[in-house]
Structure formats: C-alpha cells, structure tokens
Design a protein around this ligand. Structure first.
Ligand SMILES: Nc1nc2c(c(=O)[nH]1)N[C@H]1C(S)=C(S)[C@@H](COP(=O)(O)O)O[C@H]1N2
Ligand SMILES: [Mo]
Length: 411
C-alpha cells in the first residue's frame, strides 16, 4: 500500500481546528435540509430522508438525526470510490454533548489503570511514535437496521452506516507497552471526550480483551485517507478495531484504562449484546436468550452500479458492479445471480489493499429479453462463511448480512 508522507504535526494546527469547531456549533444546532430527499426503501415505516450538507466538514449526507448527529452515506458514494471520502463518511454519536473545537496543544490521552507507568500523551508525542497504516471498513452494528422486519428500535439506517478508509496511527500495543501492562490484566477500556446531556446517563466507553488490544493492528488513528479526521469522525484521535463493528471504534479518545477484571459497565455489560446463535438470529419476539457482546463483522456485499426499483435501457448484457467485505478476514469469492439464486457465477474481484477493506467486484449478466431482472451478489470470506439468503432478526437490529437483491426493469 502507498505510504503517506506528510507532516501531520503541521497539518494539525490549532487555527484549523477552531475554524472547524465554530462552523460546527452553528450547523449542529440548526442543520437545515437540502431540497432533495432520498428513499431508503425501508419496509414497514417512513422511508424518505432529507439530504443535508450543513454539518461541518461534511458534504451531501442523508439526515437521520440532527443532534447528536446521525448522518448516512448515500449508496452512490460507494459506487464512485472504493475509499469513502472523509466528507461523505457516515457519522454516529450516542450523546449530545461533544466538543465543537479541540485545543490540540492541551489535548492528552491518559493511559492508566493496571499499568506500571501511567502516561499522559500529547498529540505531538503521538505523532512522533512509530506509525502503522491499513485499510478497514468501519461499519455500525446497526447498519441496514431499517430493513429489519418486524421493525426494531434504534436508528433506521439503510446500508450507508459504513465506510472504507485508510487509517494511519499508532498501534495500541505500542502505548500499552510504554505504560507497562501489569500481570493479571484482562481488558482495556477506552473513554472519550463526549458526554451525555442527561445527568446520570453512562458515559460512552468500550473495552477490548487485553490480547485483542495488543494485537498490533488495533490503533489510535490520527489520519483517515491521508488527512486529519473530521471532527465528527473523532478528531483528533480515534480507535480503529479492524474487522470489528464500529461501536468499538471510540472517537475523540482521551483515556485508556487497563482493567484487572472484565468491564462490567453499561456499554459492555448491557448494550450492544447479540444472541449467541448462528447469525445472531432469533425468532422475532424472543426475549430470553443467551447473549454476548457484539464482536467481529461478517461478510457482506452490495451491488452499487444499479439502483433497486430503477428502469434502464434494454441490452442483452447487463454489467454489474459493487463492493464486498469479508468481515474480520478477507474476501475470497463474490458470486452473482441474475435468476433469483438458481445459478451463480463468479464475479471478477478488484485488488485487495488489506483484508479488512472493501473489495470491488464486476460481473456481466445475460438478460434474454426486456423486463424485470433481479440481481444478487453473495460474498464468501476466507473463513468459508457465505452470506445467507434469509435475513437474520434480533431485538437490537444487529449484524444483518443476508444477500440484498436488486430488482431493475430493462425496457
Ligand atoms: N466517543 C464516541 N465514540 C464512538 C461513538 C460515540 O457515541 N462516542 N459511537 C460509536 C459507534 S456506535 C459508531 S457506529 C461509530 C461511528 O463512527 P463514525 O461516526 O466515524 O462513522 O463510532 C463509535 N465511536
Ligand atoms: Mo454504531
């Protein structure tokens, strides 16, 4: 992969940040919608959403909620580029109280808890540490939740609560080694600068098992696609947990705490739990089931060159393009069907930068005569897991990864 050679220390000037912050405070309070709206084609509820470009450092996004910001990436962005541009990258926050500017001179990451030498690290120090870079998909656990039937509570996302970027930063292992993890450490909890508006509500924080935290790939990222992170994507530093759902990808990180016991606080013990069943599936309505914290992602694919419900001019060959991801391992195969899944043919795969990123696929489907065509893509990952035809269901609306058919009319 190409290495970036720019001076982050110079890019991260205080002036630039304050400018972004000032724009942010106004826009976040009064985001007004663009004239255009978009149909997410969600069954069982309101499906249209306004478009907005009023959020700081963000271009045209699907407005899911104003405050705290919930912005979805339109599907055409994934067709346009394999790496999701920073200004089109989705945004999700749990709590409303987040800084609209950050002073990069006084910003610190504190590393403490079950360590020998607690640390307080400045951005300038972080930028002098050894760097790693890798491509990885950041996907919300509830991506595509709006397609769950019956509906479940939570953000009714279409497929755009995800994005692919090249992340650059310092491995969490490096920081933990500097602090000296003591024997008996079990987990590493990461905290951030955003706070709940409601008194007594639990701060958003997540933890990883200590071996996972030290795998050398989990990183504190200060750059995304070669630029500093947009404020809403976690400026100045966010956690990147390749292959795992983005609930773990803590933004605006300010504390790292090594724990001698499992994390029993709200966001690990109660929230983001999935049924311990194949595909995290339970029969709708089931309440009592064994559960576990959500973790690694599963294989998915999306056809991006044609739009569900659209009409195109007839041609006996329909070219089809899309993106696939393997989850926490690479993509090994994408197959395409133009006949409702009776037969499948291998699609051609584009290059793989890192196994955690998106991979482009292309195929050509024979269409004997004008009319309706249903096109499907199905991804298999390096663990041999293939996308199922049937949708899963769980009360959190998590981990959807079934085949997503696209139906178009050719006339
Ligand atoms: N500090 C902080 N980090 C956070 C969250 C949050 O609410 N606060 N939400 C998490 C969730 S659930 C998601 S989906 C991702 C979204 O990342 P993005 O906004 O950069 O796309 O951030 C994660 N990190
Ligand atoms: Mo999420």
């Amino acid at each position: 992969m190409d290495r970036l050679d720019f001076d982050m220390a110079r890019a991260l000037t205080r002036r630039r940040l304050l400018a972004a912050g000032v724009a942010g405070s106004g826009a976040m309070l009064a985001a007004k919608a663009l004239a255009a709206d978009v149909d997410l084609r969600l069954p069982g509820g309101p499906s249209r959403r306004a478009m907005t470009s009023d959020f700081p450092q963000k271009g045209a996004m699907i407005l899911q909620r104003v405050r705290p910001a919930l912005l979805e990436t339109p599907m055409e962005v994934f067709q346009q580029s394999l790496y999701t541009p920073n200004d089109r990258f989705f945004v999700r926050w749990h709590w409303g109280d987040l800084p609209t500017s950050i002073d990069v001179e006084t910003y610190r990451i504190r590393v403490g808890g079950h360590v020998s030498h607690p640390l307080s690290i400045s951005l300038a120090q972080l930028l002098r540490m050894p760097r790693i870079e890798l491509a990885a998909v950041n996907q919300c656990s509830g991506n595509s939740r709006g397609l769950f039937q019956p509906r479940v509570p939570g953000a009714q996302w279409g497929h755009g609560a995800m994005g692919n970027a090249k992340w650059m930063g310092v491995s969490l292992r490096h920081l933990l080694d500097l602090a000296g993890v003591r024997g008996g450490a079990v987990a590493v909890r990461v905290g951030a600068m955003d706070k709940p508006l409601v008194a007594g509500a639990p701060d958003f924080e997540k933890s990883l098992g200590v071996d996972h935290a030290r795998d050398g790939e989990v990183m504190l990222a200060f750059a995304m696609n070669g630029e500093q992170l947009p404020l809403l994507n976690g400026f100045p530093v966010r956690l990147v947990v390749p292959g795992w759902y983005s609930t773990y990808w803590m933004k605006m990180v300010d504390t790292i705490e090594v724990l001698p016991a499992p994390d029993d606080r709200y966001w690990m013990a109660k929230a983001y739990k999935i049924p311990s069943t194949p595909h995290a599936h339970v029969v709708p309505g089931t309440k009592d089931f064994p559960s576990e914290p959500i973790n690694r992602m599963n294989p998915r694919s999306w056809i991006t060159s044609i739009t569900d419900g659209a009409t195109y001019g007839y041609d006996p060959v329909l070219p089809v393009e899309g993106i696939a991801m393997g989850g926490d391992v690479g993509v090994t195969r994408v197959e395409i069907s133009g006949n409702g899944g009776r037969t499948w043919e291998a699609a051609a795969l584009g290059r793989e930068d890192d196994r955690y990123g998106f991979r482009r696929f292309t195929a050509r489907i024979g269409v004997p005569r004008p009319g309706r065509v249903q096109v499907m893509a199905r991804c298999t990952n390096a663990r041999g897991e293939t996308q199922p035809m049937a949708a899963n269901w769980n009360p959190g609306g998590y981990m959807r990864n079934c085949v997503e058919p696209i139906t178009v009319r050719l006339s």
